[in-house]
Design a protein around this ligand. Structure first.
Ligand code: HEC
Ligand code: HEC
Ligand code: HEC
Ligand code: HEC
Length: 444
């Protein structure tokens, strides 16, 4: 073989190898379905009507529709909208005069999000349009059209005229490619503030990040009620608390303690990604909440998103051989977290009562009283970070128990400061025995 033939042969081999690698990389980055099946119908970018997407992907669509009719509950979660306030009356005291003391229901499936937000008693004439941000597949289109700033400035009632659909395909997928994308501008901005670009994220990271479009802590910034994730300093509870303190934000003032309060909102993504065992092992939200289902030769992701405890064989069994022992572990973790959480609530209620007593006393030291309120604010935000998170601790048990210990400690310090401010030892009493009886949770 002459030199030139050899060079061309090597050249051809190199080219073929490069083409193969290129094809493999391309295939690797395709969503599972489109590796084999081409979409038959064109779907417009950001199409809000999931039914139109469903013509191309009937399995995903029909499983997704089932989120509307799920009603089965588990010990601490599940799909009915049971009242957290009835289950745990302490929360009426903790959220006094704020909307969450009027009505606070458990979450239901994605197809009910729009109905549920429209029915909730917390909504009134002053409610900002921003509340629709995680409830509808109309949002990506509206944000592209008018920008999030204009969207957030509208009133809930006014914006509602532009919103017809509950959560749908357009909240998680790009229509042209079906890849998973960030659709909420607030998430895009929060990542940017941390110097992160989701376009560089791996597919496995995106299988959690799409949920962070909604399952995160957020607040409404300024008079324009601009949707903002408090992630500038990081996503740990103390980093978000520090952020809120820096920007001097409060959700409401507690009417008895006069404390400027914060309400935490479903921080599933932050809790899970704060070094949980599963997160560290590379497991994504979709692994447990959207396990693969077989349909003949095809397999697809179950879009009937709900509690994994309702189908542990599929949700956990893909990785754990002994499904019974891991679900027993879940029960133990959740029970321990629930009881610890109730004990923390008792401590916060005591703090509120002590601060109330010290506030009523005209001779109280105002500086100490302010310090007591600051401790109350921090304690309740920490507790709420666990309480408003929807897994009753399972997503990150060690972290949750650490936060609750810190919260209880802060609440007891608040109570002591208040007693000190009023120079009144009677404010150190703990008065929560009857509440324990009522909720039937902890035996004192
Ligand atoms: C290792 C499995 C696993 C992973 C990963 C996981 N979860 Fe969960 N999740 C659970 C379990 C178990 C529960 C508790 C369900 C219950 O109590 O019925 C739960 C509960 C929930 C709930 C409340 C469900 C209900 O019934 O009310 C939401 C919402 C949720 N998870 C969202 C997420 C999000 C978002 C992520 C990723 C950031 C995630 N989960 C990651 C297992 C997981
Ligand atoms: C567009 C916003 C949005 C996105 C994206 C989103 N969720 Fe949700 N999710 C919600 C809302 C809102 C609810 C509560 C609906 C209600 O109560 O009516 C909810 C409820 C749930 C529930 C409770 C279902 C039940 O039956 O109790 C689970 C579990 C859940 N989501 C998991 C996830 C996971 C996992 C992801 C990512 C793969 C995700 N969600 C992405 C907004 C979203
Ligand atoms: C809450 C977010 C969310 C919504 C809403 C959603 N999907 Fe998905 N979808 C996912 C995730 C996560 C995956 C897994 C992607 C992966 O593994 O790369 C997925 C995967 C897919 C795939 C790839 C094949 C598969 O099953 O894994 C198709 C096709 C798909 N979804 C269609 C739809 C359609 C159609 C709708 C609307 C009816 C929809 N999805 C709504 C999150 C969502
Ligand atoms: C995609 C794979 C995967 C899925 C799905 C999964 N797990 Fe795991 N799980 C792991 C890995 C990996 C570990 C860590 C290694 C170990 O300790 O076995 C783990 C650890 C655990 C542990 C021990 C954690 C600890 O801190 O001691 C429990 C409990 C558990 N999983 C429960 C569940 C439950 C319940 C489900 C279903 C809702 C589930 N897992 C779904 C992979 C998975």
């Amino acid at each position: 073989m002459n030199k030139y033939a050899l060079i061309s042969l090597v050249g051809v081999i190199v080219l073929l190898a490069a083409a193969l690698v290129g094809t493999l990389i391309f295939m690797q980055n395709r969503p599972v379905e489109s590796r084999a099946i081409q979409a038959i119908y064109d779907v417009a970018p950001m199409e809000p009507n999931s039914e139109l997407w469903g013509r191309n992907f009937p399995n995903q669509y029909s499983s997704f529709l089932r989120t509307r009719s799920n009603t089965v509950d588990t010990t601490y979660g599940g799909s009915s909208k049971f009242s957290h306030l009835e289950k745990d009356p302490r929360q009426v005291i903790l959220f006094a005069s704020y909307g969450f003391s009027l009505e606070y229901n458990d979450d239901r499936g994605h197809e009910n999000a729009l109905t549920d937000v429209r029915e909730i008693k917390r909504v009134n004439e002053t409610t900002p349009g921003t509340c629709y941000s995680c409830k509808s597949s109309d949002n990506p289109g509206l944000w592209a059209e008018m920008g999030m700033e204009a969207y957030d400035k509208m009133k809930f009632s006014e914006l509602g005229e532009h919103i017809d659909y509950s959560i749908g395909c357009s909240n998680c997928h790009e229509a042209e490619t079906m890849r998973l994308i960030v659709t909420n501008p607030a998430l895009e901005e929060a990542l940017e503030a941390q110097g992160k670009d989701w376009r560089t994220f791996s597919r496995q990271e995106m299988r959690s990040l799409v949920c962070a479009n909604c399952h995160v802590e957020y607040y409404f910034k300024g008079d324009g009620k601009y949707l903002t994730f408090p992630w500038q300093n990081g996503t740990k509870v103390e980093e978000m608390y520090e952020y809120y303190t820096e920007v001097e934000f409060k959700d409401w003032e507690h009417p008895e303690a006069l404390t400027p309060m914060l309400k935490a909102q479903h921080p599933e993504y932050e809790m899970y990604t704060a070094g949980s065992t599963h997160f560290n092992a590379g497991v994504a939200c979709a692994d447990c909440h959207m396990p693969y289902v077989r349909d003949g030769a095809a397999k697809y992701s179950d879009h009937n998103i709900r509690s994994p405890l309702l189908q542990p064989e599929r949700a956990c069994g893909q990785c754990h051989n002994d499904v019974n022992s891991v679900t027993t572990r879940v029960s133990l973790i959740q029970e321990q977290v629930y009881n610890t959480k109730i004990a923390t609530e008792d401590a916060i209620v005591d703090a509120i009562n002590a601060i109330k007593g010290a506030t009523a006393n005209p001779t109280s030291d105002q500086t100490l009283l302010l310090e007591a309120r600051e401790l109350h604010r921090q304690s309740q935000f920490y507790w709420d970070f666990v309480s408003a998170e929807n897994s009753m601790g399972f997503h990150n048990p060690e972290y949750v128990l650490k936060i609750l210990a810190e919260s209880t400690n802060l609440a007891r310090q608040a109570q002591m400061k208040a007693a000190q401010a009023a120079n009144d030892p009677s404010l150190l009493e703990t008065d929560t025995y009857y509440l324990n009886q009522e909720a039937g949770a902890v035996t004192p």
